[in-house]
Design a binder for this molecule. Structure first.
Ligand code: AMP
Ligand code: GLY
Length: 459
């Protein structure tokens, strides 16, 4: 490899020149777009990627690779002599793809199957957070034979009047959580959550907390953490936070109520204690550690951990970064983030301004998305200055794209502030159409005020 390609990047770390990204969603599209544009990066290969991802300069896709097939991913990484592999979605993490890559001696950014349990088991996340002294909503975990006890706990929380939340233990693509105002309805649903689940944790019953949500994601090397700015996802399908939970219908960053300079406080009170606890247990967490928070009147409370970048959070965060990401991910993969932490104790530097991302989803999402419909207007949206990241699209034989999944596109507007970024995203999203397209029109429309007291100040 050319010596200049290995030049030290910002933060005293070196840039990878060939990177493999595992995944095919809009998050992986944003990652490929970001990494491929960085100095020293010769090629980004995405497995399997998609027709749209493959149109990015210096990006190539391997459509035949099954991202859950660890052997195939290892073979692909070897075939392209990848200096870094980044695993995007939760399913390959849960399947142990990172373990296989590391066992093969391939430098990989992502958690092992054991560390990814933070996301794959909400019960495990509660257990680790409690041991680490990180505050989460009050909750208890129940298994199949414990219906009476689960109903008793639902009734107990319900009697406090704040509502209850039922969460399936295990991966559910953001759709295994139901928030109830009506305790009676939650009681009725306990049985269906527990039936047929077999031994082990099945259902988490949690107190419902009130407040705005925030996603704080850090790049972790097992011990150290470097923060990305905070962002806010909108999980419900419809405007006004109505309708079913989804994987996420839109996001924005920065947050008035959790400004970029306050994120370090969250990393100190949430991410670092969790990293320390996992390291103590012999399962250090190396990868993107995502804390889903609710900002209560009493400070931030952890709702969930994910073991990866958020989608659509990544689509608004990555365009905000002012520095190359590849060298930082490579340093973390070498378990050597100290120089990056030293250079950027408050988190990765960002460009001035804001980004707002609107997810365009198929008819029938989140239950049964309709596929195969032609998509119109992507080029016009890009001509408005928006970035269009593809999740569930497919190339059509005659050119152009069709729908091929639930969340099809994320349209990202950038601007000097959130209002201007939102304006670009809205105008661009209005230009894209297909039959039955669903989207929200209120992403970043009403913003919470800045906090009176600095977040994290009380620790
Ligand atoms: P989770 O997958 O645990 O983040 O839950 C998905 C969504 O459900 C969250 O983003 C919140 O909107 C909502 N939610 C989860 N837990 C709670 C809770 N304890 N109180 C209020 N809302 C919650
Ligand atoms: N947008 C939430 C998630 O990625 O889990």
């Amino acid at each position: 490899m050319a010596p200049d390609a290995k030049a030290a990047g910002a933060g005293g770390v070196t840039a990878p020149t060939r990177t493999l990204i595992v995944g095919s969603g809009a998050r992986e599209h944003a990652l490929a777009w970001k990494l491929a544009a960085e100095p020293g990066m010769n090629e980004v290969v995405v497995a399997p990627g998609s027709a749209a991802i493959g149109t990015e300069p210096r990006v190539r896709c391997l459509p035949s690779i099954d991202p859950l097939d660890a052997e195939a991913v290892v073979a692909a990484a070897r075939a392209i002599s990848a200096e870094l592999v980044v695993v995007g979605p939760e399913m390959p993490l849960a399947a142990g793809v990172v373990d296989a890559l590391r066992n093969a001696g391939i430098r990989t950014f992502g958690p092992t199957q054991a560390a990814a349990r933070l996301e794959t088991s909400k019960a495990f996340c509660h257990e680790v957070a409690e041991a680490a002294g990180v505050r989460m909503a009050r909750a208890r975990v129940f298994s199949e034979g414990e219906e009476a006890a689960a109903r008793g706990y639902v009734a107990e929380l319900g009697a406090e009047g704040g509502g209850v939340v039922l969460k399936q233990d295990g991966l559910a693509a953001g759709k295994g959580v139901t928030v109830y105002d009506d305790t009676g309805l939650a009681l009725d649903h306990v049985r269906s959550h527990l039936a047929g689940r077999g031994p082990g944790p099945a259902l988490v019953v949690e107190e419902r907390l009130a407040g705005h949500e925030a996603s704080v994601i850090a790049i972790c090397d097992g011990r150290e953490a470097v923060a990305l700015p905070a962002s806010r996802d909108h999980k419900r399908l419809c405007d006004g936070d109505l309708g079913p939970n989804t994987g996420g219908m839109g996001a924005y960053s920065p947050l008035p109520d959790l400004p970029d300079d306050a994120v370090a406080g969250v990393i100190d009170t949430v991410h670092r204690p969790i990293l320390a606890e996992l390291a103590r247990r012999g399962t250090p967490f190396l990868g993107f550690l995502y804390a889903g928070l609710i900002l209560t009147g009493d400070g931030p409370v952890l709702l969930e951990c994910n073991a990866r970048l958020g989608d659509p959070e990544a689509q608004v965060l990555l365009p905000r970064l002012a520095v190359p990401l590849g060298p930082v991910l490579a340093a973390a993969a070498r378990r050597d983030l100290a120089a990056s932490v030293g250079a950027w104790p408050a988190g990765l530097p960002v460009l001035p301004g804001a980004s707002v991302g609107i997810v365009l989803a198929s008819d029938g999402y989140p239950a049964t998305p309709k596929r195969g419909l032609p998509i119109e207007g992507i080029e016009s949206a890009e001509a408005e200055g928006a970035l269009v990241f593809h999740g569930g699209s497919i190339g059509r034989p005659g050119g152009g794209y069709g729908t091929n999944g639930g969340r099809v596109l994320t349209v990202v507007g950038r601007g000097a502030d959130l209002a201007r970024a939102r304006d670009v995203a809205e105008r661009a999203a209005d230009l894209i159409s297909w039959d039955g397209l669903q989207r929200r029109h209120d992403i970043a429309a009403s913003l919470p005020p800045a906090p009176a007291v600095a977040i994290g100040a009380g620790r």
